[in-house]
Unconditional design. Sequence first.
Lengths: 215, 243
Amino acid sequence: MFEIVWLSLRVSALAIIFAGLLGIPLGSWLGLKRFVGRRLIVALLYTGMGFPPVVVGLFVYLLLSRNGVLGSLGWPWLPHLFTPAAMVIGQVIIATPLISGFTMVAVMSVDSNLRLQLISLGATPWQATRAVLSEARVGVIVSMVAGFGSVISEVGAVMLLGGNIEGSTRVMTTAIVLETSKGNFDLALAMGMVLLALTFAVNVVVLCLQGKAFD
Amino acid sequence: MADFIYQVENLVKSYNGRQVVSVPALDVRRGEILGLVGPSGAGKSTLLRLLDFLEAPSGGRIAFAGHWFASPAEIPLTLRRRAVLVFQRPVLLSASIFENVAYGLRIRGQRDVRPLVQAVLARVGLLPLQDAPSRTLSGGELQRVALARALVVEPEVLLLDEPTANLDPAHVKAIEAIIREANETAGTTVVIVTHNIFQARRLAQRVGLLVGGRLVEVAPTRAFFEAPQTEEASAFVRGDMIY
């Protein structure tokens, strides 16, 4: 059981790191700039935020499978299906729109006059941008937590992409599904409690961080 | 010839075809306090932003310290950093008062900011609040922090946009004292926009009247108030300005 929890954490944490690397710059850019086509990108982003994980899983499955679009190319660095790496890819696709959407909102909620006033104080455009992003930091942290919460509790994509293989790709959510269907309610419930406790703990840690940033 | 920190030539700014500022000529002398008065919507704030090179003029050009610029993109950073604008509604960073005042020094790469920041905070009477978070400030304190974060970089020019609007008399007095002190001891040139003609009279050596984006009259303060040359200026001084 410890092994399962550990894999869940590892897969989701890795996915959030990659999704943050993609989503935070994208969200900052969308929050700071005004350009033609921005609304379209935002609309796509919001669609992505509501994307059903199981559909994401299906798409990535079709891409990675041996006869799939990418799988057939045989690139050595491309992860195979039913590996933790494939699960990470699915979760990155689920979490990136969430993180960039929340980041965009956080950046946009910073008073637009602040940037001008910092430039007047002598900031270069890049220095002023950095300050605005730092003002939005709490929102960015929240976006990461929301992303983590959604991917660690997600079951559709990891089931399809990982295959729930014992000792290799079994995570908490897929284990709960399996144990429930086997009638092992005790184990399923225990796993559910661990999952709940875990998300609670992560949120408490982040709230403390937020408090420090503000006091 | 007097030493001019600013010269303005045929400066025009329009938004969506509506002309907000149209100033054919304006000189600001080094070391003076120039008051800009006029009814709201006269283009005072816009003129100030143009002088701070925050907005691009629609036409004309501005000389700062002897160099002519037709757009903010042309002015080098070192020159632009010599003028600082204090906004009517200051927005602070969500950090301590100290960090807010230190910002201008930090972006200039200055080390050991503590003595400078604390000296300025003492001047504006906020040293006891240096560790307080910026969101806890009252309106008057907010304006004083905004002044402090501008003064700490020892600007040559201080552009002030209604620095005492909506403040009680005690705060107005304190802020005017800070402005006067910066002008007298550091020789800082001050351009102050105010709708309060009494404030202009108290602080400024010269006063300019803006109406509808046009600079109607500029004169030494005493002459402006006692013998205005234009119909608009005398109406404004009498208190029955046409809004």
